[in-house]
Every structure is written in C-alpha cells, then in structure tokens.
Design a protein around this ligand. Structure first.
Ligand code: GLU
Length: 495
C-alpha cells in the first residue's frame, strides 16, 4: 500500500513541553510537522504539554512560540490562535484527563496504587540487585476495598496505574520512518497514568489529546519511540483510534553522542542571537534527517513544502555540523538585501558599544557601506562587530609574517606616499566612486601593476592580506583613518 495514501485530511501537531528554551531538536520536529501539513493541505496544531508543573514555565512557553514564529512556522490551530479542539494547554484540560482516568478505573483497566516513592525505590533496587528487569511488581494490583480504605486511612494519596494487559506480550508500532517495531510488554510493569496530586503523566495526557484533537499523524523525535507502546496500549484500553507514528532520528554532535550543551548552543534563541537567519536554520534543520532527492541542498520553505516527504527521512541519526550551518547561513546572508542586513546588524553594533541607541545619518551610512563591504565574508551577522572594530582602531596590527614581508617590498614607500598625497587632496565625503578613481590614479602615477599597488595598500590599511575590496575600505576608514594608518606604516617601515 502506498504509505502516502491516507495523508488526506492530515492533522499533525507539535506538542512541546515548556521546560526550557526551544531546542533545535524540537524545532526540527515542528518543521517536519509543518511541512507535512502544508504539503498535504492538512492542519498543524500546537499544543502545550505543561503537566510537569515544576519544570514548566511561561517564559519557556513564550520562548518556544516566539521562536516558532521567527522561523516562519505558523500553525492553524492551537495555543494563541484557538480552534475547535481547545483548550490547547494541558493544565487547562485536567478535567478531561480525570474523566478518562475514571473510565479506566471503573472498567478495571486501571487501579489506585498506594505505594510510596520510598517503597517503590526499595523495590526497584531489589530488582536491580537480582538482575531482574525493573518494572512495577503489582503490589496494589488487586487490593480489596478494605485494604484500600486502610491505606487511605494512613493518609496515603494514591496514583492511578494502568493495568498492562497480561494476554499477548507484544505491541507493534508501524512506524512511517522506522518500519515495524515490536515491543515486549511482559516486562513493562503497570505504569502510572495519573500522579498522586491528580496531574496526568505525559503518556496519558498525550493519548487523550491526540485522540480528541483527531491527530492523524504523530511526527516526533526518536526519544519518544519507547513511549509509543505505552500509548498504544492506552488507545486500545480507552477504545480510541490511534494516529500513525513517525519517529525521527536523534540529532548527534560531531562526536556522535546525543547533541547537548557540550556541543555548543542547542537553543534556537542562541542561534538567532548569534546572527543566524531563520531561513538558514530552516534549511539546515531539514537536512538533519531528511535527504533531498538531488544534489541541491539549498531550499526555501516554499520549495521544501513541495519536496519534503517522510520517505526520505533517514533511520540513522543526524549529525549536527556547525560548519555546514555557517555555510548555509553565509549563503542566505549573501542573498539578503543590504537594508535587511543593516537593520539586523545594528543591534550587534549597539550591543558592542560601537554605536549609541540612535545612529546619526552618517553612522547609518557607514553601516550600510560596511555591510556591503563584508557581506560576502560573513557566516553569521554577529561577525559584523569584529569587522567594524577592525576598522575603528587607530592602527591595523600586522596579521602575519607574510603581511610584514609585503611591506618590505621596494616599491612600498613610493606607493604609500603617492596614496597619501592623493587622499589628502581628495574631497570629502569619501565614497566608493572616489576611492575607485583614487586607486586608479595611484596605479597610473606609480606605473606599477595592480598587485604591487593594492597589496601594500591593503596591508597598510588593514594589516591583513585578504579582506573586503579596497574601494569599500577607503571610505569606511575615511580620510583620517587612512592617513593615520598609512603614516604609522611609513614611520615604522619605510623611513
Ligand atoms: N511534550 C513532548 C516533548 O516535548 C512531546 C512528545 C510528543 O510529541 O508526543 O518532548
């Protein structure tokens, strides 16, 4: 059967737990869901899974939602936008979970468990020592009413445990990425579905929500694969229709261990703040697990909607390669308009203390020139700060032995003196055209080939062998900056 056959009326969801800043792994799940919804004309729902009351925070929720919007991943139903299946925050749905827990209790498919954490820990330890699989042993599975009453009289607050069926020992997940995955339920042990404070656990709330919200496909990270048999058993017990599942592989660092803070930034915000463009992150994230049909690796969101398919999502883990992200970001920086880059760059320059909160028109023009000069070389926008700093210092420290050697060439004194003279005569303000004609005059007057003129000028003005075009650098340094730097070099080397 064609796996795509039942993709009509697709309802997918992204269901983050707001327990920290938005992780790139979460962003990738959101993106894959988004692409599937848009490709098949379905709906994307965003639901907040905040049943871990201690770790959930409204700041994290806001961070996730703001980041989704920044990435351009809009959703059709859910938190902030509403819809017919709300509320879309789990802590606002507690009554619903209660009702379904009650149903399971009444049908004998779940039971109250009075074991305390200390007792459970002791049981776990004992099992481990005996080399047994760790799972609840079922102490409260068949309590009589009297036993229950007496435990309650002790002041114990029960959890609700799901009674894992004893008949049949396998649950099969037909995963759209991983194929058929079979789980043995005989060692699973009855698991908690509602905690003693009445709050449902993730596996329970998620099942109720996915069913009530009529989710057709659950696309999420591989770390949830082991939850899926537990969820499938709950669908069966509740008589609810389960969605299809697709588990996307883990993201690993370059050392092939699970991507974590050790490998560098893991949050979308960190990349945003470091000057990565949303379209670059999208393009990078989609390649973490999905392989495009041809050689091309650069795709807009629109193109991805056409091209994306679960068939090309790999089972093997994806490796997070920062160099690749930098390369992709560089591509999108070069594609962007100067105006956009200027607007995005100014906050970095302000934060670095290079400019005050409001730029003068002259400063604004300087940033425009700077962006035009260096955008070919940028891998992230925050690098604009070091580019600006390099131009604002009085002197340009020589970068290398190679650069020093350039200044020892015999024609250098002639070139620098000629340049100095010409620039002194030049009308202000300097601009690219004036700088171009200045360079032409110096070449003509010194009767020297391009390299013999431009290399010493570049090294004298920037200290470096490579960089932006000289005709940008000259107006960026302005008359004063050029003269300072040339004079410093003339003093040091060409006495
Ligand atoms: N709230 C879960 C998480 O953030 C989502 C799991 C799921 O998609 O089912 O990991």
């Amino acid at each position: 059967m064609n796996r795509l056959q039942n993709f009509s009326q697709m309802r997918v969801r992204f269901a983050p737990s707001p327990t920290g800043p938005f992780h790139i792994g979460g962003a990738r799940s959101a993106l894959f869901n988004y692409l599937m919804a848009r490709k098949y004309g379905g709906k994307l729902i965003v639901r907040i899974e905040d049943t871990d009351l201690e770790r959930s925070s409204s700041e994290s929720e806001e961070n996730i939602l703001t980041s989704l919007r920044w990435l351009g991943l809009d959703w059709d139903e859910g938190i902030l936008v509403g819809g017919d299946y709300g509320p879309y925050r789990q802590t606002e749905r507690l009554e619903l979970y209660q009702k379904y827990a009650q149903q399971l209790l009444e049908e004998g498919k779940a039971y109250y468990c009075y074991c305390t954490d200390v007792e459970l820990e002791a049981e776990r330890k004992a099992l481990l020592e005996q080399g047994e699989m760790v799972g609840y042993m079922g102490k409260c599975r068949n309590l009589s009413d009297r036993e229950r009453k007496s435990l309650e009289a002790e002041g114990r607050k029960p959890t609700v445990r799901f009674r894992v069926p004893t008949e049949g020992h396998a649950v099969v997940v037909n995963d759209l990425v991983r194929g058929r995955v079979t789980f043995d339920t005989s060692t699973m042990g009855d698991y908690v579905i509602v905690k003693s404070d009445g709050i449902p656990v993730y596996n329970f709330a998620c099942v109720i929500d996915d069913a009530l919200m009529e989710i057709s496909h659950v696309i999420r990270g591989e770390e949830h694969l082991s939850n899926t048999p537990r969820q499938l058993l709950l669908y069966q017990a509740l008589g609810l229709k389960n969605p299809q599942f697709a588990h996307v592989s883990l993201i690993l660092g370059k050392d092939r261990t699970k991507m974590s803070k050790r490998h560098g930034a893991t949050s979308v915000t960190a990349y945003r703040e470091a000057g990565y463009l949303p379209e670059a992150l999208i393009n990078f994230l989609v390649l973490l697990g999905w392989s495009p049909p041809g050689e091309e690796e650069i795709f807009s969101l629109e193109e991805l909607i056409q091209l994306f398919s679960l068939d090309r999502v790999a089972k093997n883990p994806a490796v997070f390669d920062l160099d690749k992200l930098r390369w992709i970001n560089g591509h999108y920086i070069r594609q962007s308009s100067i105006k956009r880059l200027v607007d995005l760059s100014i906050p970095y320059l302000q934060q670095a203390g290079i400019f005050a909160s409001v730029l003068t028109p002259k400063e604004q023009a300087w940033v425009e020139l700077l962006v035009a000069a260096v955008r070919e070389r940028l891998s992230s926008l925050s690098e604009i700060v070091q580019e600006a700093r390099a131009l604002l210092h009085h002197e340009a420290p020589l970068e290398s032995e190679e650069a020093q050697a350039v200044l020892r060439e015999e024609q250098v004194s002639t070139v620098l003196h000629c340049f100095k003279q010409k620039i002194m005569d030049l009308e202000e303000p300097l601009d690219v055209d004036r700088a171009k004609s200045l360079l032409k005059q110096v070449t003509k007057e010194t009767k020297l080939g391009g390299r013999k003129v431009f290399m010493p000028l570049r090294v004298a003005l920037t200290g470096k062998m490579h960089g932006a075009e000289l005709y940008y650098l000259i107006p960026l340094l302005d008359k004063e900056g050029c003269l300072n730097r040339i004079s410093a070099v003339l003093q040091d080397t060409c006495v």
